[in-house]
Design a protein around this ligand. Structure first.
Ligand code: UD1
Length: 428
């Protein structure tokens, strides 16, 4: 198991280049299963969730070529089975997109239930509601989902009970090769929803309205090969912006779409950061004291739940009382106990957390409870006085490409170490 050793208390300074969006990549890669040709996908982030997907497809007979660090070519015409390997699939959340992809391609899917970050109940009932509306019969047996259509899926109106990124993506993937037209309402509007639609349209799909509440998909006979470049990662960029806000200093965050960051930068400005937007980069500077702010997480264009723990670190250090209300997940405050170990004063009551700002945090052993909570722990360690050791960093490496190297380029004192084997006591 790897850990990060961080000596905090020094401001950050320099430049960082943002990688391709994780949440777009983990939908676009399974969607490539629908393509009758070769897909060249650029700006693919080098993270472990992507590697798991590529392993699944390779094991299933796809031909995958790595052209360079961030470009892959996928030819999935050789995949014959609707049963992806259970052991790998159950290890991450986004594997649920294999249900939509397999149903779209084969009319049948037998897929292990997804794993991923644990922030309370994460049902997939809305995905199932949509597949059922499109004519699939869906059954659960043990830890797997079995979905089967009578021939091809049939386009239909999919009215969802709530706004879900995963259900919107999964139903869009399933509907692309269905007979007739599918409508998804209310659809999620995150940048990665639009990116998936753009990818599928570049391969010959007919999708309208991505980025609005209503997405319309007219089924087509086949998708052809092509080239597509994934958008930059909104949450990775937000994480570095928040790290600079918490630790102080200044940085140029390159390869971003500033519009996607406005929901995040707006709050950082309230906390005392100075932001300058350029065409494809954002400059951030924070030198004064951190100011309190109230945050409520919501679907895009609201403040992203995936930035909630990172923002929590700034608020733990901000003057006065701040309130976070988690509006998306039931239980996303596991990181709070780790911050309290560092000297933060935070009280959680259900979906609300109240932060009484303290002047400083103290470095200590802490752990990454999940992907974004892990990023938040690194930010806390960078801002804290003294040394911290962050454990369970495999969570972080699911979603952040070369995190340690990028932070080192910003002047952070951070090292990745593998656990030493336990020392056995001598029995005399
Ligand atoms: C995706 C992101 C995750 C992000 C989240 C919200 C990926 C791989 N993951 O997760 O990083 O935090 O969006 O932006 O893109 N829900 C149901 N039934 C369903 C589906 C969802 O009740 O069938 C609920 C969830 O429990 C949650 C809310 O809807 O409370 C939103 O979840 P959803 O948008 O689906 O999140 P994910 O797709 O799991």
């Amino acid at each position: 198991m790897a850990k990060y050793i961080i000596n905090g208390g020094r401001p950050l300074s320099g430049e960082v280049t943002i990688s391709g969006a994780k949440n777009a990549a983990v939908a676009i890669i399974p969607a490539a299963l629908l393509v009758d040709g070769v897909c060249r996908i650029e700006n693919v982030p080098a993270i472990s969730d992507v590697n798991l997907y590529l392993k699944i497809f390779e094991q299933m007979g796809a031909n995958i070529r790595r052209i360079d660090r961030s470009t892959i070519e996928m030819d999935c015409r050789g995949v014959r089975s609707h049963r992806p390997p259970f052991d790998i699939v159950s290890r991450f959340r986004a594997s649920s997109y294999l249900i939509g992809a397999m149903l779209g391609r084969f009319g049948e899917a037998e897929v292990a239930l997804p794993g991923g970050c644990d922030f309370g109940q994460r049902p997939i009932d809305q995905h199932i509601k949509g597949f059922t509306a499109m004519g699939a019969k869906v059954e659960f047996s043990g830890a797997a989902v079995h979905a089967k259509a009578d021939g091809k899926l049939k386009g239909n109106y999919c009215r969802l009970d709530l706004v879900s990124v995963g259900a919107t993506m999964n139903l869009m993937i399933a509907a692309v090769l269905a007979e007739g037209t599918t409508v998804i309402e209310p659809a999620a509007k995150e940048p990665h929803i639009v990116d998936l639609a753009n990818f599928l349209n570049a391969m010959g799909a007919d999708i309208w309205g991505a980025g609005t509440d209503t997405i319309k998909i007219r089924g087509v006979e086949r998708l052809h090969g092509g080239t597509y470049s994934i958008i930059p990662d909104q949450i990775e960029a937000g994480t570095y912006l928040t790290a600079v806000t918490a630790a102080g200093g200044e940085a140029l965050i390159k390869n971003v779409i500033p519009k996607h960051l406005e929901c995040i930068t707006g709050k950082l400005i309230e906390m005392g950061a100075e932001i300058t937007e350029y065409d494809d980069s954002v400059h951030i500077r924070r030198t004064g004291t951190l100011r309190k702010a109230n945050i409520k997480t919501m679907p895009y264009p609201g403040y992203p739940t995936d930035m909630q723990p990172q923002a929590g670190v700034c608020l733990a250090l901000a003057e006065g009382t701040s309130i976070i209300t988690e509006g998306v997940f039931d239980n996303r405050y596991k990181y709070v106990n780790e911050l309290i170990k560092m000297g933060a004063q935070i009280q959680v009551d259900g979906k609300v957390a109240i932060f009484e700002g303290v002047p400083s945090l103290k470095g200590c052993p802490i752990k990454a409870c999940d992907l974004r909570a892990g990023a938040a722990m690194v930010i806390a360690a960078l801002a804290a006085e003294g040394q911290s050791v962050v454990d369970d960093v495999f969570h972080i490496e699911r979603g952040y490409e070369t995190f340690v190297e990028k932070l080192t380029d910003l002047g952070a004192d951070i090292k990745r170490v593998e656990d030493m084997p336990p020392v056995r006591a001598k029995i005399s």
